[in-house]
Design a protein around this ligand. Sequence first.
Ligand SMILES: [Zn+2]
Length: 114
Amino acid sequence: MPHASTIVTCNGPDCPNAFDIVPLQPRNGTLDAVCPVCKGHGQWNNEIDLVSFRCKRTICDHCHGAGWVETGDDPVLLPDIEMTAGGYPKWTTRFAPKGEVAAPAPDQARLILP
Ligand SMILES: [Zn+2]
């Protein structure tokens, strides 16, 4: 059965509905400043239905979803995926020097893109 919907598409974090119902990320204690791109949310809506509030979101490339960024030279904790001995992927975290923190090119990402 169809339901009422008002779907809004957002082109990026500057759109008026980009941060609707997206919570601010708590500061984890090691990062220094609110991310200038996502304003501390870590992600934004690609698409949101203003009736049901169902949404599709994009993770911020600048802070990798943390909502906070490092301004000094401390290493940055990143989410990552590694393969277990049993052949299954497993979520993990790793430290990377600030200079090495960059979004991987889609063809170098470990996950298969649609
Ligand atoms: Zn961000």
